[in-house]
Ligand binder design. Structure first.
Ligand code: AMP
Ligand code: MG
Length: 403
């Protein structure tokens, strides 16, 4: 069990995970996945000049003198509605009633909104002039033919899905969401909803980590907790390998007598265990089992969470073809003095706030790795570098925002 830095451990992980192979999905099945191809427009948008208002298509020069006192009256030659083929035409002295989105008739160069008229059906009285181009949406003014409208590497939300549909795409090529199996180990763990017997605690890590997988863009599959029995742990891993793009375990990787995950996985596949120079989260294991990345996180809930943010989230991003960054960081001013162990990267729970033009971060009072209470109240992790030992209030620190 060697010692290594956070960066060394992360580098090993990122060197072993690959982007998942692209998949062609129906548009709505692709929600939340990352686009693996650029989506471009085969035609301009709008595809044709059309009306931005319900009104009348005119020759602007015909209504140049129109006022309330001296309206211009024009004969209406017909109605053009959205969906009509663009075959109609007008010429000077004539108008056609036109609806929003309907193709502009040839010869017209302005649309008079119905509010500027008496709304007439056979003839119409127009009481205001309009410049050329009034309320006309020009072909290509949204998107040009051939233009890339959603870049490869974009996560598909509602607006990107709309854009793909609007350029005629029913399917897109994406990186699928990584399917991540999450399983906790520990004889002391009881299911939430059941009664606690003496010595038991309610199991929380698998819920936390499954939710964190979803926050990171994956699909989380929470498994029932496994007892601290080597055969059971091995059996569970073998069962899950077939359906998982990655597996996350929690517990059983430190120096106790029942550290069953370490016992079972040491030397299996490429899995290796290390003490990582960080707090919390020192005991870490990672490796490939039949080609599947397995992250064995420590059992203390805060350790497991920090490990997820620091190591697993970047790996899940890489599997989605995204840059493997951890959560976005900001620079913030410390609200209180903090101490930090030399030689370790220290992650402190804190509350980040923005006031008077800068970020301030207040460290939580409790920082024990079992103290989920302060983690659930935190919105940020203060990241203190290995060489920091004591930082006074007012210092600038790097802060990782939590999802
Ligand atoms: P371990 O790494 O298995 O020795 O666990 C370290 C500490 O974390 C112990 O106090 C465990 O009871 C606790 N712990 C381990 N797994 C979980 C879990 N899934 N949910 C909540 N606490 C856990
Ligand atoms: Mg345990």
């Amino acid at each position: 069990m060697g010692m290594r830095t956070v960066d060394e451990h992360l580098t090993e992980i990122l060197g072993s995970v690959a982007a998942l192979p692209p998949l062609d999905l129906a548009l709505l099945e692709a929600q939340g996945t990352v686009l693996a191809e650029p989506v471009s427009a085969p035609v301009p948008l709008p595809p044709f000049d059309n009306s931005a208002m319900d009104g009348y298509a005119v020759v602007a020069a015909d209504v140049a003198g129109a006022t309330e006192a001296e309206p211009v009256t024009l004969p209406v030659i017909g109605d053009i509605v959205a969906g009509d083929a663009a075959v109609s035409a007008i010429r000077t002295g004539l108008t056609a009633r036109i609806m929003t989105g309907a193709p502009l008739p040839a010869g017209a160069d302005a649309v008079i909104p119905v509010e500027w008229t008496d709304g007439g059906a056979a003839t119409v009285r127009i009481t205001r002039p309009a410049p050329v181009g009034n309320y006309i949406r020009r072909s290509g003014e949204d998107v040009l033919a051939g233009q890339i409208v959603v870049e490869a590497g974009t996560r598909l939300g509602a607006t990107q899905i709309a854009m793909a549909a609007a350029v005629g795409r029913s399917r897109v090529v994406v990186r699928p969401k990584p399917r991540v199996v999450v399983v906790s180990t520990g004889d002391e763990l009881q299911e939430p909803g059941a009664q606690l017997a003496p010595g038991q605690i309610w199991e929380s890590n698998s819920y936390m980590l499954t939710a964190a997988v979803v926050e990171a863009g994956g699909v989380g599959y929470r498994q029932a907790t496994v007892h601290d029995e080597p055969a059971k742990v091995m059996e569970m891993l073998e069962d899950q390998l077939v359906r998982a793009d990655a597996i996350i375990t929690s517990g059983g990787v430190s120096m106790g007598t029942r550290d069953v995950v370490k016992e079972v996985l040491s030397g299996t596949g490429t899995v290796d265990f290390h003490k990582v120079r960080m707090r919390p989260g020192k005991p870490q294991g990672f490796g490939l089992l039949e080609g599947t990345p397995v992250f064995t996180l420590p059992g203390n809930p805060v350790s497991a969470y920090v490990s997820f943010q620091v190591f697993v989230r970047p790996a899940l991003r890489a599997m989605q073809g995204l840059p493997p960054e951890s959560s976005p960081t900001v620079s913030a001013v410390l609200a209180e003095d903090v101490k930090s162990p030399a030689g370790l990267r220290h992650f402190l729970r804190g509350r980040l706030s923005f006031n008077r033009g800068h970020y301030t971060v207040a460290p939580a009072e409790t920082q024990g790795s079992h103290q989920l209470g302060s983690l659930a109240m935190a919105n940020a992790l203060i990241t203190l570098p290995e060489d920091a030992e004591a930082l006074p209030a007012g210092s600038h620190v790097e802060v990782m925002r939590l999802p």
